[in-house]
Write a protein that binds this ligand. Structure first.
Ligand SMILES: Cc1ncc(COP(=O)(O)O)c(C=O)c1O
Length: 383
């Protein structure tokens, strides 16, 4: 049966095609025999993606001002692949204590059992990270701000040290997104986004992206993605491509609403502190102002000390904040991180429970009114 390649038919649309494939077929024996040479960009087997993934990678690389991008099936996979691609037994790996919890667990429970010397550092160490560099330091992982505790990191200071010692850097940039911070422009080697959040934007998929400039590192990342079997669904790539059509509009709207809600909350008597580098009172404000051009839709806060049941009264009184641990979608969300979790951390800005809010596309006045009545419920239960 003759195979008719649909890509060679005359057809045009504004919508990207969803190309599905486990198997890639070849016109000639010679092309099949040399198929490995098509990597890291081309197509030799479904595991490295179809033209749908490649189109998404091209779009994300452009947003990040990078030359290359690799998509993987979740934000956590992006963090893990970045480390697994470059770190080996005997290497020293520095991870900010504010990094995503699952990355820290992976490092603590897996990598350290495989001979990697894992060390967590205080997120606000900035240029003093130089004191932690060893001859075998291979990579520094950052997240700015940390998306529960919200500490800012001085990315410029950390990358300057890393460059001096030839250490690779990666930054989880999901909060600011490339709209408000482009890590590669600031000397970071690997820029990670959990596309699950703002790129996808509708709380209906998981995905991660790794963007970079170095062609050799790109080949290593592509091979790691492939060898670990991390294929990303073409349908999900299509949904993220569609999400990118409105990404910057959503980001700007959510960013402005987040400032409004955070400003209002910071002035309420029930609140001890709002953790949000945009606020002048925040310890990370100066770094944020200097290095970032905008803010993400996520912030945290801490209640004044009160009876334990006041927090559940607050959560259960809310009508417009579904309770859930993710963020970055069109719907606002709220999550709870107990005091015990903060107390168990090596470097923490607080010993108290943290409440984290993600602001969606709703009218911010509606959200403020909802928080106001829930704070009254907190007040009553606080005694
Ligand atoms: C900052 C950050 N990075 C990475 C991740 C992991 O992304 P995913 O849920 O797609 O694995 C998350 C998820 O909450 C996150 O908040």
């Amino acid at each position: 049966m003759q195979y008719i390649d649909p890509a060679k038919q005359k057809f045009a649309s504004l919508s990207p095609a969803v190309w599905r494939a486990s198997t890639v077929v070849f016109d000639t024996f010679e092309e099949f025999a040399e198929r490995k040479q098509r990597q890291p960009d081309g197509y030799s087997y479904g595991i490295t993606g179809t033209p749908t993934a490649r189109e998404l990678e091209r779009r994300v690389a452009a947003l990040e001002n990078g030359r290359h991008c690799v998509v993987v099936p979740s934000g956590q996979a992006a963090l893990m692949v970045s480390v697994m691609a470059f770190v080996r037994g005997g290497d020293h790996l520095l991870i900010s204590d504010s990094c995503y919890g699952a990355l820290k667990t992976f490092a603590r429970s897996w990598l350290s059992q495989m001979g990697v010397d894992v060390e967590f550092y205080p997120p606000t160490i900035d240029g003093a990270i130089e004191t932690l560099i060893r001859p075998n330091t291979r990579m520094i992982c950052m997240e700015a701000p940390g998306t529960v505790t919200m500490e800012m990191q001085d990315v410029a200071a950390v990358t300057a040290v890393a460059k001096k010692y030839g250490v690779k850097t990666m930054l989880d940039n999901t909060w600011a997104s490339p709209l408000y911070f482009r890590p590669l422009d600031h000397g970071v080697d690997l820029s990670i986004e959990a596309a699950t959040k703002m790129f996808g934007g509708h709380s209906d998929l998981l995905m991660g992206t790794i963007s970079l400039n170095n062609a050799d590192d790109y080949a290593v990342l592509r091979e790691t993605q492939s060898i670990m079997g991390l294929n990303t669904s073409p349908e999900d790539c299509f949904l993220v491509l569609r999400g990118l059509e409105t990404f910057s509009l959503r980001m700007q709207h959510q960013s402005a609403s987040t400032r409004k809600v955070a400003d209002w909350l910071a002035a309420q008597p029930q609140i001890d502190s709002v953790l949000f580098p945009v606020l002048e009172s925040d310890p990370g404000h100066e770094i944020w102002k200097k290095q970032f051009s905008g803010n993400g839709c996520l912030f945290s806060f801490i209640f004044r000390p009160a009876k334990e049941q006041a927090i559940s009264a607050f959560f259960n009184a809310l009508n417009h904040f579904p309770i859930g641990a993710s963020w970055g979608g069109t719907h606002s969300l709220i999550a709870y991180y107990p005091a015990s979790q903060q107390q168990a951390r090596a470097f923490t800005p607080t010993q108290q429970a943290i409440i984290r809010i993600s602001i969606g596309l709703e009218d911010p006045e509606l959200l403020i009114a909802d928080l106001k009545q829930a704070l009254s419920a907190w007040q009553q239960a606080a005694g």
